[in-house]
Design a binder for this molecule. Structure first.
Ligand code: SF4
Length: 399
């Protein structure tokens, strides 16, 4: 399947997502394998994409030169995927399109071939998930994936070959980072020159919590703790603050910061990237902090739809013409909003952005859910909602 990749970032920077076969890594927390036990690579869909024949938003953003992700629902270097994944990377390279690879690594020969192709691509980024402190812990939690030490080696080789790299502390669960191991890992990565990091808490749906792979590794109490509201916020936020203080470019949606070049790094590596609402969050906080009196006195600062559009489109005005049936993409998570007749009629990217800004029922629009932002009841002269950083509610937290 080739699909459109979106989530809390609104659009993923590399929003054309190519799926492959079911992943064999067997991670205990895997939402993708738990929700769909079989997947098959659809080479015909990839061929249609590469030949420019694909329709819909996905086909349009391909023709506009936006990057491709392999994969969000499976690992391209999983043994049952590597051959096809490498063939697909070759096809995408031939078309000169940027590539974003998400993996936990694989066999050495597959890794080497992939790295060679990513270096040839020239606009590639390799995202590797580092989810535990040691090989021993990962052998239990991700039994089919390569050890953590081998993933670090993969990142090192990619970096030395000039390929953009991103480390995913995804999922992050304190139980898999005993003692000072997480802080030590942060130092080690910075020492290797790897500074673009993404943090995401381990979360388990009710469905996942009953999966035997999960119950074999986590106790009932641990699962309950993970599912609790604000679970281990203190450790999680502490790890991110530590990372920011050490100079890493970190992004995490619940702990906003103006001190990160996370999105700039991705854009630089890929050459071209879809806009993400996180870029607006970072830009808004930077602007707030840059005004000394406003920042010192924690005065609120207002943001209007025009501010959002300016940041989001920055150099990507070609997207304004992007037509599509947005309701279909965003239907699953935000069904309440997209059942509204007005929303169903949305056809252009600008109409979609405006609706996301104004409609509180669209949950994937992260500024509204972000701890730094509030929403005023009032509308501005254009009839659009006013978002603001209130400066009050988040004492002690990074903004
Ligand atoms: S590597 Fe990703 S897709 Fe594969 S089992 Fe683990 S979490 Fe699931």
């Amino acid at each position: 399947m080739v699909s459109f990749f979106w989530g809390e970032l609104l659009f993923h920077p590399a929003a054309i997502c190519v799926d492959l076969n079911t992943c064999g890594h067997g991670c205990c927390y895997c939402y993708a394998n738990a929700r769909r036990t079989t997947r098959r690579t659809n080479l015909n869909a990839v061929r249609r994409l590469c030949s420019g024949e694909m329709g819909g938003i996905t086909g349009q953003i391909w023709r506009m030169g936006y990057p491709v992700t392999l994969c969000n629902n499976t690992d391209p270097l999983s043994e049952n995927n590597a051959r096809e994944a490498i063939a697909i990377v070759r096809m995408i390279n031939r078309e000169g399109r940027p590539l974003y690879i998400m993996t936990k690594g694989g066999r050495r020969k597959d890794e080497d071939e992939l790295l060679r192709l990513l270096a040839d691509n020239g606009h590639a980024m390799l995202y590797v998930s580092i989810s535990a402190a040691t090989d021993e812990i990962a052998a239990k939690t991700e039994p089919g994936a390569v050890p953590i030490s081998a993933r670090l080696d993969l990142l090192r080789r990619a970096h030395e070959m000039g390929i953009g790299t991103e480390v995913g502390f995804n999922p992050f669960y304190p139980g898999w980072w005993p003692g000072k191991t997480h802080s030590e890992m942060q130092d080690r990565l910075l020492g290797m020159g790897l500074r673009t990091w993404f943090y995401n808490k381990l979360h388990l749906s009710r469905f996942q919590a009953y999966d035997p792979r999960c119950t074999a590794v986590l106790t009932a109490d641990e699962i309950k703790g993970i599912q609790a509201r604000n679970a281990y916020d203190d450790v999680f936020c502490g790890a991110i603050l530590n990372a920011l203080n050490k100079g890493a470019d970190v992004y995490e949606m619940g702990l906003p910061s103006g001190r990160t070049n996370y999105f700039e790094n991705i854009r630089k590596a890929l050459g071209k990237a879809m806009p993400a609402t996180g870029e607006f969050i970072v830009a808004a906080i930077r602007k707030w902090k840059a005004q000394a009196d406003v920042w010192e006195e924690r005065k609120p600062m207002e943001y209007h739809y025009e501010d959002f559009e300016r940041v989001i489109l920055d150099g990507r005005e070609d997207l304004l013409d992007l037509e599509g049936r947005y309701a279909e993409f965003f239907l699953l998570r935000d069904i309440a909003a997209f059942a509204m007749p007005r929303v169903k009629r949305i056809r252009t990217f600008r109409e979609f952005l405006k609706e996301a800004w104004n409609n509180p029922r669209i949950k994937c629009f992260s500024p509204r859910a972000n701890v730094a932002f509030g929403v005023r009841e009032k509308l501005d002269a254009n009839g659009d909602a006013v978002l603001y950083i209130d400066g009050e509610r988040h004492e002690g937290k990074e903004v």
